[in-house]
Design a protein around this ligand. Structure first.
Ligand code: GDP
Length: 298
């Protein structure tokens, strides 16, 4: 499906090449293929429409119609538009960690999205690549197992975690984490907020309070790339309440769909900062729009 988009496009043009010239109708046939491929990849309909319109504007130009290999030209236009939609060329936008330490990173997301794993991955990455002292803290008071899980992952990754104190509220833990960060000279404090099975007011209210206390420089939404359009709605709702600064998409090692990435970026306009690529602690890649566009196109 998704992976074979470039083949499908070239296929459409191969049928036409014999005739010599290319008409708008031919371009539209190719655009239909793109539309179907994107919808199959679970890209949200408004994003698909917008995308196809942009490609059409470029593809019906004289240059393309007169080109020796119009199929390849259209594939290139599709590629360039994908890169544009995913955040453009150039260096991916990294984390902003400037400011008076400790700088907080707030991790948000639904339960099972990979939030805890990503918090540990990120802590290790920042420790290693930026040589910063990082503290992680789980605020998931309703699930003691989640708190344990973060502590264990942090230990395996060689990163400090805030000692677990039973009976504290999430807001109290956030305060304790920030003051431990200050007193013990940490540069970065990663706060892993509670995940829920669905978004509710209580969850949002709590996360907003934590944000007030920690004043995070980055608020990252962790979303499972395999949940497709549900992830888009999640991103929209989290962004309304928490003012997200970026997205992390996990399970990009799954069945290879990039639909969620495209849709989430389109709906929220937020930069995708990292991709989770395995269950392992090192399975976190800096986001690269060109690479993902290439993968989507196949
Ligand atoms: P949380 O409930 O959001 O904190 O989710 P967890 O961090 O506990 O992750 C849920 C499951 O997804 C765990 O089994 C993780 O190992 C797994 N996981 C997280 N990120 C990735 C990823 O990028 N790729 C794969 N394959 N699995 C992941």
């Amino acid at each position: 499906m998704f992976d074979a988009l470039s083949e499908r496009l070239t296929g459409v043009f191969d049928q036409i090449t014999g005739r010599g010239s290319l008409s708008e109708k031919d371009v539209d046939a190719a655009l239909r293929e793109i539309r179907v491929a994107l919808l199959e990849a679970d890209v949200a309909l408004p994003a698909v429409k917008d995308f196809v319109k942009r490609v059409r504007e470029k593809a019906v130009g004289e240059d393309v119609i007169r080109a020796v290999a119009p199929g390849q030209q259209v594939v290139k236009i599709v590629h360039d538009e994908l890169v544009h939609l995913l955040g453009g060329e150039g260096e991916p936008e990294g984390l902003h960690l400037e400011g008076e330490p400790p700088v907080a990173i707030l991790m948000a997301g639904l339960q099972g999205s990979g939030k805890t794993t990503t918090s540990a991955k990120l802590a290790k990455r920042i420790t290693e690549t930026q040589r910063k002292k990082v503290l992680v803290a789980s605020l998931d008071t309703r699930r003691p197992a989640a708190m344990e899980q973060l502590a264990q992952m942090a230990e395996r990754a060689g990163v400090a975690s805030l000692p677990i104190v039973k009976g504290q509220s999430a807001v109290e833990i956030a305060k304790r984490a920030m003051s431990a960060g200050r007193l013990q000279g940490y540069d970065v404090v990663i706060l892993d907020t509670a995940g829920r099975t669905s978004i509710d007011e209580e969850m949002m209210g709590e996360a907003a309070k934590i944000a007030e206390i920690a004043r995070p420089r980055e608020t990252l939404l962790v979303a499972d790339a395999l949940t497709g359009q549900d992830a888009v709605e999640t991103a929209r709702r989290f962004d309304e309440r928490l003012k997200l600064t970026g997205l992390v998409l996990t399970r990009m090692d799954g069945d290879g769909r990039g639909g969620a990435a495209l849709s989430m970026r389109w709906v929220t306009g937020l930069p995708i900062k990292f991709l989770g690529t395995s269950e392992k602690i090192d399975g976190l890649d800096a986001f690269d729009a060109k690479r993902l566009a290439g993968r989507i196109l196949g």
